[in-house]
Design a protein around this ligand. Structure first.
Ligand code: 0X9
Ligand code: ZN
Length: 292
């Protein structure tokens, strides 16, 4: 895509994984005369290796953003600076392709001989307190310390380079719980701009529903509508960077399976859900401030 649209799109790397694969992303940044800085939207997907529909959907979304003839999608491309990372756990993804379809974690080796840390339990937000494990053999193993993993450290460093005032949205994709999750994942308290996020999430759901009539549960915190979790990426982003629009979409599927012939269903659904999200956020004034 960066070769087809060199003026708009650039391949970027947040650094290397444990096994030295690049954490690849695509920056989509069109030029608008008189505008030096557009609001930044960051999309994370594939942090859990087996959730294959998430990289498929985010790459589908990239294609929509760059090629759609729908004026609403084109406007979405023009209005923001996008940083889209389809596979932030590339070692785990490769392992799930080659050896174990249900692999979830990274592939770092622990001292007891087990492999992998859950990269969505390894961030420095209430690390190792909820929905996690200190046993390296477990799927929810939180690691030896916060940011013990190359993948989470590099992603955190990439995010820390943004001026926090410019980073307006952090959107993570998981599967397959079919839910819309809001910070903070280890509490049922409605903190920060939770109430706005509920409004925004509801509109996002309405837009998505029109595509396939799929009903997502939520919006709510993971503690309210899934299970309590700490050490996840979106909560760290909300907590440390004070990013206004932070949420996780749990896409659809059964035991992490989703036929490739139907990727477009979730691709079109997510494209509309993101359009709904950004349209409502704009209505509520989240992109009002003039950025420089
Ligand atoms: O357990 C998780 O990390 C997520 N569910 S999954 O089945 N995809 O593994 C939910 C995480 C919700 N919290 C954050 N994203 N922080
Ligand atoms: Zn997940």
């Amino acid at each position: 895509m960066s070769r087809m649209y060199p003026k708009w799109a650039k391949v970027v790397s947040a650094g290397k994984s444990y096994e030295s694969r690049d954490l690849l992303g695509l920056r989509i940044k069109t030029r608008t005369p008189g505008v030096t800085q557009k609001p930044i939207i960051f999309i994370e997907s594939g942090i859990h290796a087996r959730e294959w529909i998430t990289p498929a959907t985010t790459t589908y979304f990239i294609n929509q953003l760059l090629t759609s003839t729908d004026p609403a999608i084109q406007a979405m491309r023009e209005q923001f600076e996008w940083h889209i990372f389809p596979t932030v756990n590339p070692d785990g993804y490769q392992y799930s392709c080659d050896y174990n379809r249900l692999w979830r974690k990274t592939r770092s080796k622990s001292s007891n001989g087990c492999y992998g840390t859950d990269p969505n339990r390894n961030w420095d937000y209430n690390w190792m307190t909820a929905g996690t494990s200190n046993d390296p053999c477990d799927d929810q193993y939180g690691g030896t310390k916060p940011f013990s993993e190359a993948e989470t450290t590099n992603l955190k460093n990439y995010l820390s380079h943004f001026n926090p005032a410019h980073l307006k949205a952090y959107i993570a994709f998981h599967s397959d719980a079919q839910r819309l999750l809001l910070p903070y994942s280890d509490t049922a308290k409605h903190l920060d701009n939770y109430d706005d996020m509920v409004k925004i999430g509801k509109v996002s759901k309405i837009y998505g529903y029109k595509v396939n009539k799929a009903i997502y549960l939520g919006p709510g915190t993971a503690k309210e509508i899934l299970y309590p979790v700490s050490g996840g990426s979106m909560d760290w982003v909300k907590y440390k960077l004070s990013t206004p629009l932070v949420l996780t979409y749990e896409l659809r599927g059964t035991h992490f399976e989703w036929p490739s012939s139907r990727i477009y269903e979730q691709g079109d659904e997510v494209t509309q859900m993101l359009l709904g999200l950004l349209t409502e956020a704009r209505k509520l004034g989240y992109f009002d401030s003039k950025l420089q």
